[in-house]
Design a protein around this ligand. Structure first.
Ligand SMILES: NC(=O)c1ccc[n+]([C@@H]2O[C@H](COP(=O)([O-])OP(=O)(O)OC[C@H]3O[C@@H](n4cnc5c(N)ncnc54)[C@H](OP(=O)(O)O)[C@@H]3O)[C@@H](O)[C@H]2O)c1
Length: 338
């Protein structure tokens, strides 16, 4: 048995290139497991935008940084092959963080590992009920705190995280406007997800459209992208508005940290709050969140888009779809069958 690996060969400067990755084949790890170690076979990887930040040099102590020459780190679904842990048995499927490789030994003391219920497919565990949906859930409900009739604007609204955040705000009785790149995505948001409006940021003046669509201001702005779109929202916030900082994908390929938003006096005079968060702050509440997402899904109140692609060899190419907007919802790569 061989272990295929995609390693970080060089740190990207700007957009990711083929040369940032190198392919290697090696032996499957074969040593005695220590207590709390498990040997897993990776089945499925989530393409998460923030992995681009992990490819950057170490320096920001709050981010992990993938060492050069190591497998690219990613959220993954894996099956346990051998176990030195009393909690996990061979055959269990787990949600974890793993490297872009077929096999590896994980220490359950060092990486997050959670068992997947038998009745849930690996795709649903990382897709519909996975990290991105949970991010939209906690970011909107816990940080945004939507109230009936609030005006809510979500950027990256047709994506995995944004579409869930926007639909939850709609369920809570808010008036919801999505911002997305392209007419097709905007049409999906208004016709299928039943949002109240959508702005195609690629060919519209977002600041002006927000002023027209939200004449009394925005109560909650859920930001997945940062940059000019964040600025346009800041200019249109209502008094006591809340800005939920979920992600800044528009700057992940930049070599320097993004310029800060301007006009902070609006936040002061408007008593506006801006708060970042990480989904992992809410792990204790994952089971109840998954329960609620399932109920809304079964009732037809939330739609999920899962863009499932195949092939270990295609990982570096597929990953880049996040940055040109060609992913159609949560982007998953199946590398081994369940
Ligand atoms: N805080 C957390 O714990 C947490 C957890 C998960 C994800 N996130 C963040 O949530 C955001 C969405 O992640 P996701 O995994 O759900 O991905 P996604 O939204 O499904 O896919 C990424 C989307 O970003 C948009 N995009 C790419 N480059 C852009 C640019 N320069 N300007 C504006 N939009 C751009 C594209 O959509 P368009 O076609 O609409 O441009 C693309 O489809 C990311 O910022 C991510 O880092 C945060």
């Amino acid at each position: 048995m061989i272990n295929r690996q995609w390693l970080l060969a060089s740190r990207p400067k700007g957009s990711i290139e083929d040369t940032n990755f190198s392919y290697k084949e090696c032996e499957v790890p074969n040593r005695e497991l220590k207590p709390n170690e498990i040997l897993v076979k990776n089945l499925l990887f989530l393409c998460a935008p923030t992995m681009r930040n992990w490819m950057s040099p170490p320096g920001n102590s709050l981010y992990p940084s993938i060492p050069l020459g190591s497998p690219i780190m990613a959220p993954a679904i894996a099956v346990v092959i051998e176990s030195g842990s009393a909690e996990y048995a061979p055959g269990d499927r787990v949600s974890t963080r793993a490297g872009w490789q077929d096999y590896e030994i994980l220490s359950t003391d060092l990486v997050p590992v959670g068992k997947i219920p038998d009745e849930m497919t690996s795709v649903d565990a990382m897709g519909k009920f996975g990290l991105n949906s949970l991010t939209g859930y906690f970011g909107m409900l816990e940080v945004g705190q939507p109230k009936e009739n609030d005006v809510v604007v979500v950027s990256g609204a047709a994506g995995a995280t944004g579409s869930v955040a926007a639909q939850i705000a709609r369920i809570k009785g808010c008036r919801v406007i999505g911002i997305a790149g392209g007419e097709q995505k905007c049409q999906w948001l208004t016709e299928d997800c039943q949002l109240d409006g959508a702005i195609n940021y690629k060919n519209r003046n977002v600041e002006k459209e927000l002023r027209d669509l939200c004449p009394d201001g925005i109560n909650i702005y859920y930001d997945n992208v940062g940059g000019d779109i964040l600025q346009a929202a800041i200019e249109n916030m209502a008094v006591k508005g809340r800005i939920v900082l979920c992600g800044q994908i528009s700057s992940y390929n930049d070599e320097k940290p993004a310029e800060g938003p301007r006009n902070m006096m609006r936040l002061i005079y408007g008593s506006i709050t801006m708060q970042g968060f990480l989904t992992r702050n809410y792990t204790d509440n994952f089971p109840s969140a998954i329960g609620n997402l399932k109920t809304w899904y079964e009732q037809g109140k939330v739609l999920f888009k899962q863009d499932v692609r195949e092939g270990f060899e295609n990982l570096p190419l597929i990953y880049r779809a996040l940055f040109d907007g060609s992913n159609d919802g949560v982007l998953l790569v199946q590398i081994n069958s369940d």
